[in-house]
Ligand binder design. Structure first.
Ligand SMILES: NC(=O)c1ccc[n+]([C@@H]2O[C@H](COP(=O)([O-])OP(=O)(O)OC[C@H]3O[C@@H](n4cnc5c(N)ncnc54)[C@H](OP(=O)(O)O)[C@@H]3O)[C@@H](O)[C@H]2O)c1
Length: 248
């Protein structure tokens, strides 16, 4: 059975993806910033490794073994105006969502290229399909990964390596939004001149609370499809809201 390495398995999509591939009999390298072995069923097929995508030493250690599929899932959210986003926060977002993804790709490519096989799946976001106010910095960090993946796929295809993006819609079921809110509170909250806009965004989110959104299993299904289907498209939306945006 092939081996999949997934980043950000402590919760949400990453954890559910690890569970699914394990249940399907794959060898799974579930990586977490702080390993929590109890989160996944004990199995000979499972390796849990510490991995912070902003830490080169932990990246090098995590990719030491053979890997067939890399899922760059680790990511952090942010909702605020550009003016109210301190540069250290901008750096954190890009370090994790964008540069961390590139660093992981660079780390697996030598073995993928040598074997002339391998699949890279980058989890970005459906917010890159439509513009939303107050999501500029987060969207920029994910749109850069979309562009990177599409161009990189051209240079990797001759080596038999596939590269794809999975674009989840809004998934209220994960800890993502709460983590983003905590990051915002730590950075001093919303800038006051944007208060009305912020209220409108929250009103919009509340008004749409009943609409069909993305479930973790939608994202797992999209990742499974890309990992197992050599003819999978380059960009795969995940979740009813993401599919609707993708179709335009
Ligand atoms: N939920 C949504 O609405 C949504 C929509 C579209 C796209 N996405 C994307 O989907 C991905 C997964 O999100 P989720 O909803 O499953 O959220 P989540 O539950 O917050 O999971 C994010 C994961 O990323 C990990 N992580 C954060 N910084 C890291 C770093 N420097 N190194 C390694 N791991 C790190 C977190 O680990 P810790 O526990 O250590 O913090 C956590 O395991 C993200 O890339 C996100 O941008 C989410």
């Amino acid at each position: 059975m092939p081996t999949i390495l997934i980043t950000g398995c402590s919760s949400g999509f990453g954890l559910d993806t690890a569970r699914h591939f394990l249940a399907e009999g794959w060898r799974v390298i579930a990586t977490m910033r702080t390993p929590k072995p109890d989160l996944l069923p004990a199995s000979d097929q499972l390796t849990i490794l510490p991995l912070d995508v902003t830490d080169p030493a932990s990246i090098a250690a995590a990719v030491a073994g053979e890997i067939d599929v890399l899922v760059n899932n680790a990511g952090i959210g942010w909702l605020s105006a550009v003016e109210g986003t301190p540069i250290p926060v901008v750096r954190d977002i890009f370090e994790t969502n964008t540069i961390g993804t590139i660093a992981m790709i660079q780390a697996v490519l030598p073995q993928f290229r040598t074997r002339r096989a391998g699949v890279i799946i980058n989890v970005t976001s459906s917010v890159t399909l439509k513009n939303y106010d107050l999501l500029s910095v987060y969207t920029a960090s994910k749109a850069a990964v979309n562009a990177l993946t599409e161009v990189m796929a051209l240079e990797l295809a001759p080596f038999g390596i596939r590269a794809h993006v999975v674009l989840p819609g809004q998934a209220p079921g994960t800890a993502f939004a709460a983590n983003a809110r905590e990051r915002l509170a730590q950075a001093g909250g919303f800038p006051e001149p944007y208060a009305e806009m912020i209220e409108a965004v929250f009103a919009r989110l509340t008004a749409g609370a009943d609409e069909e959104k993305t479930r973790s299993e939608d994202v797992v299904a999209a990742i499974w499809r890309v990992a197992t289907d050599p003819a999978a498209p380059m960009r795969v939306p995940a979740g009813a809201d993401a599919v609707a945006l993708f179709r335009g």
